[in-house]
Design a protein around this ligand. Structure first.
Ligand SMILES: [Zn+2]
Length: 87
Protein backbone atom coordinates (compact mmCIF):
# COMPACT_ATOMS: atom_id res chain seq x y z
CA UNK A 1 0.00 0.00 0.00
CA UNK A 2 2.95 2.36 0.46
CA UNK A 3 3.43 2.56 -3.28
CA UNK A 4 -0.15 3.40 -4.05
CA UNK A 5 0.79 6.84 -5.31
CA UNK A 6 3.13 5.49 -7.95
CA UNK A 7 0.77 2.77 -9.00
CA UNK A 8 -2.48 4.68 -8.94
CA UNK A 9 -2.02 8.39 -8.91
CA UNK A 10 -0.44 8.55 -12.34
CA UNK A 11 -2.67 6.05 -14.09
CA UNK A 12 -2.93 6.97 -17.73
CA UNK A 13 -6.51 5.96 -18.18
CA UNK A 14 -9.71 5.57 -16.23
CA UNK A 15 -10.02 1.93 -15.23
CA UNK A 16 -13.79 2.09 -15.64
CA UNK A 17 -14.37 3.78 -19.01
CA UNK A 18 -10.82 3.59 -20.44
CA UNK A 19 -10.81 7.30 -21.08
CA UNK A 20 -7.22 8.64 -21.22
CA UNK A 21 -6.28 10.73 -18.19
CA UNK A 22 -3.78 13.52 -18.54
CA UNK A 23 -1.31 14.02 -15.72
CA UNK A 24 -2.91 17.28 -14.66
CA UNK A 25 -6.40 15.87 -14.83
CA UNK A 26 -8.14 15.12 -11.58
CA UNK A 27 -9.01 11.53 -10.82
CA UNK A 28 -10.32 9.69 -7.79
CA UNK A 29 -10.22 6.17 -6.39
CA UNK A 30 -13.21 3.87 -6.53
CA UNK A 31 -14.46 2.69 -3.15
CA UNK A 32 -15.42 -0.59 -4.78
CA UNK A 33 -12.18 -1.78 -6.36
CA UNK A 34 -9.67 0.97 -5.39
CA UNK A 35 -8.82 1.68 -9.00
CA UNK A 36 -8.32 5.22 -10.30
CA UNK A 37 -11.35 6.45 -12.20
CA UNK A 38 -12.38 9.72 -13.79
CA UNK A 39 -14.78 12.06 -12.05
CA UNK A 40 -17.61 11.18 -14.41
CA UNK A 41 -17.32 7.54 -13.43
CA UNK A 42 -17.20 8.56 -9.77
CA UNK A 43 -20.51 10.33 -10.21
CA UNK A 44 -21.93 7.10 -11.57
CA UNK A 45 -20.47 5.12 -8.70
CA UNK A 46 -22.06 7.50 -6.21
CA UNK A 47 -25.46 6.68 -7.64
CA UNK A 48 -25.16 3.07 -6.50
CA UNK A 49 -27.63 2.39 -3.72
CA UNK A 50 -24.91 0.72 -1.67
CA UNK A 51 -22.35 3.45 -2.23
CA UNK A 52 -22.66 4.82 1.29
CA UNK A 53 -22.28 1.41 2.85
CA UNK A 54 -19.37 0.60 0.56
CA UNK A 55 -17.74 3.91 1.46
CA UNK A 56 -18.13 3.35 5.17
CA UNK A 57 -16.77 -0.16 4.97
CA UNK A 58 -13.87 0.87 2.73
CA UNK A 59 -12.97 3.68 5.11
CA UNK A 60 -13.00 1.49 8.21
CA UNK A 61 -10.76 -1.07 6.50
CA UNK A 62 -8.48 1.56 5.04
CA UNK A 63 -7.95 3.38 8.32
CA UNK A 64 -7.31 0.08 10.07
CA UNK A 65 -4.77 -0.97 7.45
CA UNK A 66 -2.87 2.27 7.05
CA UNK A 67 -3.20 3.55 10.61
CA UNK A 68 -3.73 7.01 9.20
CA UNK A 69 -6.68 9.18 10.15
CA UNK A 70 -9.37 9.87 7.60
CA UNK A 71 -8.60 13.58 7.41
CA UNK A 72 -5.00 13.05 6.28
CA UNK A 73 -5.10 14.57 2.80
CA UNK A 74 -1.99 12.67 1.78
CA UNK A 75 -3.51 9.35 2.68
CA UNK A 76 -4.58 6.64 0.35
CA UNK A 77 -7.94 6.48 2.10
CA UNK A 78 -8.73 10.12 1.55
CA UNK A 79 -8.28 9.88 -2.20
CA UNK A 80 -11.34 7.71 -2.46
CA UNK A 81 -13.33 10.84 -1.64
CA UNK A 82 -11.16 13.73 -2.65
CA UNK A 83 -10.02 14.09 -6.28
CA UNK A 84 -6.27 14.30 -6.85
CA UNK A 85 -3.78 14.75 -9.66
CA UNK A 86 -0.69 12.99 -10.80
CA UNK A 87 2.23 14.87 -9.28
ZN1 LIG B 1 -14.12 7.03 -16.48
Amino acid sequence: MENWEKRLSCAEECSRCDRPLKNKERRILSVVDHQPICLDCKKEEEKNTDYEDASRQMMAECVAQTGKPYGDTASYCFHHFCPFKCT
